[in-house]
Every structure is written in structure tokens, then in C-alpha cells.
Design a protein around this ligand. Structure first.
Ligand code: IFM
Length: 479
């Protein structure tokens, strides 16, 4: 249980308030302008992979509604918008020719954001790999990382200094382990060795892309990456439970943090996975490339996990964030004796426990390890089963309470000395929630999936008040 936190906390004057989305989750228009399929087009068309057979074919039709969506962001008072670029829309096969229509789409979006005084924060990869690259091995293939660097270079040339902050990857943990180990995300593979190869090639892709952007636009160009760092607690202080937590920390967090920020892999990951691979896919120069200087580290936070030493149940992906639908295989490669325990409530509609204090703990811990590195919350939010009242409104008190308490947690971390620069609510509007299809709503704006009409929820109005005052409003409903 968590106790409600007080309202009224103020934020630094230059703190950046934004919202986030991702290309496949909102754009639709999957056949337009020469766009070729991504792995999510293929996966969502595969029977049984996505709830109710939903696909991103239409999504929330953002591709055709950019002017109105940007106007809506401006009405909300957003100061920044974090979106992702669909690689297949700008370079259908992931190599070779670029599509002018796709490049123009993102260029126009960025111009409109700037005209509305909203800072564009661009993510180069949010899970929608061109299918043509998956056909050649996907992230398990080193060439994908090389091509990603070339694609990043092109985007830097096209979008240039109009981008406020470049983000290379969103949540590589999900791309590698949900995509290649548990198979609950595209491309749906269940091969632990491929997952570990994907981890390294995603790290390498991050370094190559960050360096390409800086080569084109100058070494001071702000580059970041977004990680879904897992807050995992041991069930007891018994050495074996602490070892279970250590294994999850290693395969979940350290395998990204350490190469990106320290230029090395944790030696524990080699020991934990020695029965699978000798990691000879890591080449001599890779770690220098991966440790590209970051202007900020993006952190996505939703909930926490609890583990003990034991036998995982088949399909135990852990109840926590991005555990996403059960599978016969675990995403926790190498952590073969770790059991995830149910977390006490309250829970969101995803079944994720609500624990704002976990966000304070995470921010303080990362800051203590990397005191010179500014941080930003690049995603935080909650799915609930929203109801539309007869007046057409959504009084989403649970979501307001969730945002209220988590934003206060960010303020608490700042008070304790953590350098947090911004907060991006997930998500601007309801959208395609991956293997859950359209059944889970995270938006602060409701989308009617029949008419595609957008309606600002109470949480959106509340967030707008927060931005206007730069202080946390009381969580009262907007009646
Ligand atoms: O919808 C996702 C998003 O794409 C990545 N982070 C978690 C969100 C909620 O599951």
C-alpha cells in the first residue's frame, strides 16, 4: 500500500514537462508513402500474438492528424513532445534508399511542434524494426547495429538542430528479451542466445547512432538513451534471495548501464550466462563506441518487482513493468533460479503495483552512482479501465492519483539532490499497447476507437494545470 502524498510541491523553473508516444502505437497509415512492414506489422498479423487480433494499421491515425494533435498538445501547454521515428517509414528495408515522403512527415511534425513552442524529443528506435532486417537475423545480427548508425546519420542530416534531444533507443531491455527470449513482443523469438546477441547489438547501435548524430551536428549535440530500469527488491535478506535480486539487476539493468556509462560489461553477466555463450560477439572496439557521452539518461518507471531464490513458474515473466503476457520462456536470461512474487496492491489495469517510493529510490540510486549525469523521466503513467460519463468526460481519478504521487516522487528526488530535468507522461493519448492491443488505455487524452475523436481526460486537464503553475495541483476531479 502507498499513502497519498501531499500536493503543492514546486519544480525548478527550467524543469521540462512533456508527454510521450511511439510511432507504431499511434501513427497508423502502415501502407502509405512506400512504408514497408516492420516486425510489429508482421507480429500483429500473426494469429494469437496480440489480444483480439488488433494491429497498428490505423492505430489512432496520428499520421493524418498531425495538425490537430499538435494543436491539442499546445492547448494542454506541453513544453516538450517525445515521439519516435518509424525506421520503415523513412527507409523501408532498413538499408538503401530513403523515402522522401517519410522524411517529410517527420520534418513537418518537427516544424509544427517548434511553431507551437513545443520542444521535439526524437527517439530513433521504439521497437519497430524493418522486417527486411529481421529476415536477416534482426538484432541478433551485428549488421543491424551498423545500419542503425547509418539511419541515425540520415535523420540527423534531415532534422538537424531542430531536435531538442536525440534519444537512440527506447527500452532495449524489451527489444532484446521480450522480442528474442520470451517472444511476447515482435519478432516473437524464444532463443536465449539470440537475446544476448541482441542486447549487445542494441548497445552497439546506441553508440553508433549517438556518434553519428554528434558527427553530423556537433559533439555538443544532446544525445540520450531511455532505459526501463527495474526496481527489484529481495523478498528477505537471506543470501540466496539477495543473489536472486543481484541476477535480475545484472541482466535487467547493469547489462545496459555499465557498457553505456562505464564502458564495460559487468563480469557477472558472463558468469550468469556462460552455459549459453562466451560473448565472443563483442568485438574489441565495441565498448569504446558504446560509451558515447550522454547529455541526459532517460528513465521509464512504472512499478517494482520482488524476487526470491526459487523455481520460476513456467511463463513467469515477473508481474512488473513490461512483463507483458505470459510465455513458455522467461525474459530473464541466465536468472534460472529466480522466482517473482506477487506484489501487494494497489495495481493498475496492467496488474502492475503502484509504488511511487520506488521511483524516489531509483532516482537516488542512479544519481549516487552517476552524480554528474542529468536524468529525465521519459515515461511514467498508468492504464486504468476508463469510463466515459454521459457528458462525454473521463473522470479518471485513479490516473490523476497515480500521476500526482509519482510526480511528487520526482520532486522528492530533486529535493534529495538528484538532477532531474524533465518528466514525460506516458502517454499523450490512448494507443496500441503492444500485445494487449487496444485493451489498455494509458492516455491522458481518450481516443474513441470508432470515431478516433480525442477527448482530454481529467488527468490531462490536471496535468495541464500542473504545467501552467509548475506546482503539483490537488488531485480533485474536473467536474
Ligand atoms: O506502451 C509502452 C511503451 O511503448 C514503452 N514503455 C511502457 C509502455 C506501457 O507498457
Amino acid at each position: 500500500m502507498t499513502t497519498p502524498r501531499p500536493s503543492g510541491r514546486r519544480f525548478p523553473d527550467d524543469f521540462l514537462w512533456g508527454s510521450a508516444t511511439a510511432s507504431y502505437q499511434i501513427e497508423g497509415a502502415v501502407h502509405e508513402g512506400g512504408r514497408a512492414p516492420s516486425i510489429w506489422d508482421t507480429f500483429s498479423r500473426t494469429p494469437g500474438k496480440v489480444q483480439d487480433g488488433d494491429t497498428g494499421d490505423v492505430a489512432v491515425d496520428h499520421f493524418h492528424r498531425v495538425p490537430q494533435d499538435v494543436a491539442m498538445m499546445a492547448d494542454l501547454g506541453l513544453q516538450a513532445y517525445r515521439f519516435s521515428i518509424s525506421w520503415s517509414r523513412v527507409q523501408p528495408d532498413g538499408s538503401g534508399a530513403f523515402l522522401q515522403a517519410g522524411l517529410d512527415f517527420y520534418s513537418d511534425l518537427v516544424d509544427r511542434l517548434i511553431a507551437a513552442r513545443i520542444k521535439p524529443v526524437a527517439t530513433l528506435y521504439h521497437w519497430d524494426l524493418p522486417q527486411a532486417l529481421e529476415d536477416e537475423g534482426g538484432w541478433a545480427n551485428r549488421r543491424t547495429a551498423i545500419l542503425f548508425g547509418e539511419y541515425a546519420r540520415k535523420m540527423a542530416e534531415v532534422l538537424g538542430d531542430r531536435i531538442h534531444l536525440w534519444t537512440t533507443l527506447n527500452e532495449p531491455w524489451c527489444s532484446a528479451y521480450l522480442g528474442y527470449a520470451s517472444g511476447v513482443h515482435a519478432p516473437g523469438r524464444t532463443d536465449d542466445v539470440s537475446a544476448l546477441r541482441a542486447v549487445h547489438h542494441l548497445n552497439l547501435a546506441h553508440g553508433l547512432a549517438g556518434r553519428a548524430v554528434k558527427d553530423v551536428l556537433g559533439q555538443d549535440t544532446p544525445v540520450s538513451v531511455t532505459l526501463n530500469l527495474h526496481v527489484t527488491r529481495a523478498a528477505t535478506d537471506a543470501p540466496e534471495d539477495l543473489e536472486a535480486k543481484r541476477q535480475i539487476d545484472t541482466i535487467g539493468n547493469e547489462v545496459f548501464l555499465r557498457p553505456m556509462l562505464d564502458g564495460e560489461y559487468p563480469k557477472e553477466v558472463f558468469a550468469d550466462t556462460e552455459h549459453l555463450t562466451d560473448w565472443s560477439f563483442v568485438q574489441d572496439e565495441d565498448l569504446d563506441i558504446i560509451q558515447v557521452p550522454l547529455a541526459v539518461l532517460g528513465i521509464n518507471y512504472y512499478s517494482t518487482g520482488r524476487v526470491r531464490w526459487g523455481t520460476p513458474e513456467v511463463g513467469d515473466g515477473g508481474p512488473g513493468p513490461d512483463g507483458h503476457r505470459s510465455s513458455a520462456s522467461s525474459p530473464w536470461v541466465g536468472a534460472t533460479n529466480v522466482e517473482f512474487l506477487p506484489q501487494p496492491g494497489p495495481h493498475t489495469a496492467m496488474g502492475w503495483n503502484i509504488e511511487p517510493e520506488g521511483l524516489v529510490n531509483l532516482l537516488v540510486e542512479v544519481h549516487e552512482r552517476y552524480p554528474a549525469l542529468p536524468l529525465a523521466i521519459t515515461e511514467n503513467g498508468a492504464a486504468f479501465d476508463d469510463e466515459v460519463t454521459p457528458d462525454g468526460r473521463v473522470h479518471d481519478v485513479d490516473r490523476v492519483a497515480y500521476l500526482h504521487d509519482h510526480i511528487d516522487a520526482v520532486g522528492e528526488a530533486i529535493k534529495r539532490g538528484v538532477d532531474v530535468r524533465g518528466y514525460f507522461v506516458w502517454s499523450l493519448m490512448d494507443n496500441f499497447e503492444w500485445s494487449y492491443g487496444y485493451s489498455k488505455r494509458f492516455g491522458v487524452v481518450r481516443v474513441d476507437y470508432d470515431t478516433l475523436e480525442r477527448t482530454v481526460k481529467d488527468s490531462g486537464l490536471w496535468y495541464s494545470d500542473l504545467i501552467a503553475t509548475n506546482a503539483i495541483p490537488a488531485p480533485a476531479p474536473h467536474l
